[in-house]
Structure formats: structure tokens, C-alpha cells
Design a binder for this molecule. Structure first.
Ligand code: CAA
Length: 283
């Protein structure tokens, strides 16, 4: 099966990044969200990043126009009837993802593969919402998508070898390096990353250090490109909390309990960069 038309559900920070790398690889892209306002915001972000590449001389204006010309926007899930491959990058919420997969299963052509960019929900649970579990797979991109080289590929129990091979090949076509993880909560990336971020929040909660000192220790002491609290703000504190909940419930292990301070920030609407305030303030 050759993938020509690539659908993306969700035009948020992950969705628009995925749409951008897919269009840059030459695929026709349909980027969908529930409101035109969200889709336009996602498209504007892609334009901003591509324009920066043009300014830096990394891309010509003609190439930028061609990439944008390959991205069609949509606010109707039925548009996915034209897609050979769809990646869902909606909010990290099980009922929402389940509904999207039930709808996509009804709308998409029989040959279409349905992937999810979930950061921690078991693929098998998502696949069981459809009548095509062999064509459901995890394709987990990292934020910011255009920069980060990794794509975690996760097969559910029923995922076929063909679905796996096509997904692996697409990740490579997008200029990424795929790595395979088994279908357990958090897979590899978030099983390791999120407890570290959660522990950094505990350090703040217990007064072990200020936000700056905690981040400086990890940046300069461990050579991380950014500190864990700044990274949490980039990912979104709601997403961090949702992943910790999934690990906690999925393994029934208290070592994954989310820090009460993380929950408090989320309840206050301090979700990180996207709301202008998280562990740091953003203008
Ligand atoms: N979109 C596109 N490009 C971006 C970008 C964005 N949001 N942010 C930065 N860039 C580009 C810049 O334009 C710049 O490009 P050039 O090299 O062409 O000039 C390059 O990235 C480096 O950017 P900066 O010089 O501004 O800043 P930096 O060197 O500090 O890098 C960073 C910024 C790439 C975000 C870096 O700090 C980093 O790698 N941080 C860690 C990110 C990380 O851990 N991501 C994984 C999160 S976990 C996840 O996503 C999975 C999940 O399920 C939660």
C-alpha cells in the first residue's frame, strides 16, 4: 500500500508539527480540528516556522509555497475518507480518542491505517474501538516535532507486520529515526521522562530547590537541553499530569503517583507555555 494522502487529527502543537513534516516529505496532507480557529492557528504556526527556514536560507520561498500547497485544512472528520493513513494527535483524553477512532473507522477507506500519537494510552485499548485492530498503531512524535529526531513506534497485540512496516517507513520518510516500544503504559519515552519531570516537581514541592536551581542542575549537571520544569511547561502540565495518571493507574504502582503540586497547577489553569503560565511565566 502506497501512502499518498496523510490525515492529521488535531492542529495543536503536535498535530501541526506532524502535518508540517508530512507535507515537507511530499505527501498530500489533510489537517483537521474541531474548529476553524484551531486549524488556522495550526496553519499559521507552520507558516511561521517555514518562513523562519526561508529567512535562514534553509528553504526557498518556492519550496515553502509548495509545502503549504500540499496542506488542506478541514473541520469535518468525513474529509478523512480521502486519507490512506491518519495520525490522531488530539488531546490526551481516553474518551475523546476512543470516539475519534470509532468515527475514523466508519469514515476511512478499508485500506487506511489509523495511527495514534498518544503519549501513554495503550494502543490495544484504542485499537479495540475499531473493526480494524490490525491497522491501528502508535506513532509517537516528540515536541517540537520539526526538530526532534525520534518517532516511537508501538504495535498493539493485533497490529499487522504490514502496518508496522509502513509506519516505520513513513517515520524515515519524514527524516526521523524510529524506535520500537512495546505496548505498556508510557511506552519507553514517557515511562522514563515523566517520572523525572514529576520528581522535579516534587523537589519544588518539598522546597529542595527553586525552579531555577532545579532546572540549572539538570541542564548543566546532566547536559539536558532544558531543565525538567521548563520542559514540562513546553509539553503542557495537563499532558504531564494525564501521562502520570496513566502510568499510576496502568501499573497500579505508587511510584508513579502525580505530585500534588502538578495537579494544583493544572487545576488553576497554569498549563505551561500555552496558557502563558506554568512553572515559569511567558509573555
Ligand atoms: N518548532 C520548530 N522549530 C523549533 C521550535 C519549534 N517549536 N523550537 C525551536 N526550534 C528550532 C529553532 O528554530 C532552531 O533551528 P535552527 O537550528 O535551524 O536555527 C533549533 O530548533 C534550535 O532552537 P533554539 O536555538 O531556539 O533553542 P535550543 O537550541 O534551546 O533548542 C529545543 C530548543 C529544540 C526545544 C531544545 O531545548 C530541546 O531539545 N529541548 C528538549 C525537548 C524535548 O525533550 N522534547 C521531548 C518532549 S517529550 C514529548 O514530546 C513526548 C510526550 O509524549 C510528552
Amino acid at each position: 500500500m502506497e501512502v499518498k494522502t496523510f490525515g492529521v487529527i488535531g492542529a495543536g502543537q503536535m498535530g501541526n508539527g506532524i502535518a508540517q513534516v508530512a507535507a515537507m516529505s511530499g505527501l498530500q496532507v489533510i489537517m483537521n480540528d474541531i474548529k476553524d480557529e484551531f486549524v488556522q492557528r495550526g496553519l499559521n504556526n507552520i507558516k511561521k516556522i517555514l518562513a523562519r527556514n526561508v529567512d535562514k536560507g534553509k528553504m526557498s520561498q518556492e519550496e515553502m509555497d509548495a509545502v503549504l500547497g500540499r496542506i488542506k485544512t478541514s473541520v469535518d472528520l468525513k474529509d478523512m475518507a480521502a486519507a490512506d493513513y491518519v495520525v490522531e494527535a488530539a488531546t490526551e483524553n481516553e474518551p475523546i480518542k476512543f470516539q475519534i477512532f470509532r468515527d475514523l473507522d466508519a469514515i476511512c477507506p478499508e485500506h487506511a491505517i489509523l495511527a495514534t500519537n498518544t503519549s501513554s494510552i495503550p494502543i490495544g485499548r484504542i485499537a479495540s474501538q475499531t473493526k480494524r485492530p490490525e491497522k491501528v498503531i502508535g506513532m509517537h512524535f516528540m515536541n517540537p516535532v520539526p526538530v526532534m529526531k525520534l518517532v516511537e513506534v508501538i504495535r498493539g497485540l493485533a497490529t499487522s507486520d504490514e502496518t508496522f512496516k509502513i509506519t516505520w517507513g513513513l517515520a524515515e520518510k519524514f527524516g526521523k529515526t524510529p524506535a520500537e516500544a512495546q505496548d505498556y503504559p508510557g511506552f519507553i519515552a514517557n515511562r522514563i521522562l515523566m517520572p523525572m519531570i514529576n520528581e522535579a516537581v516534587y523537589c519544588l514541592y518539598h522546597g529542595v530547590g527553586t525552579r531555577e536551581d532545579i532546572d540549572t542542575v539538570m541542564k548543566l549537571g546532566m547536559n539536558h537541553p532544558m531543565g525538567p520544569l521548563a520542559l514540562a511547561d513546553l509539553i503542557g502540565l495537563d499532558t504531564c499530569l494525564a501521562i502520570m495518571e496513566t502510568l499510576y493507574q496502568g501499573f497500579c504502582d505508587s511510584k508513579y503517583r502525580p505530585c500534588p503540586l502538578l495537579r494544583k497547577y493544572v487545576e488553576a489553569g497554569w498549563l505551561g507555555r500555552k496558557t502563558g503560565r506554568g512553572f515559569y511565566e511567558y509573555s
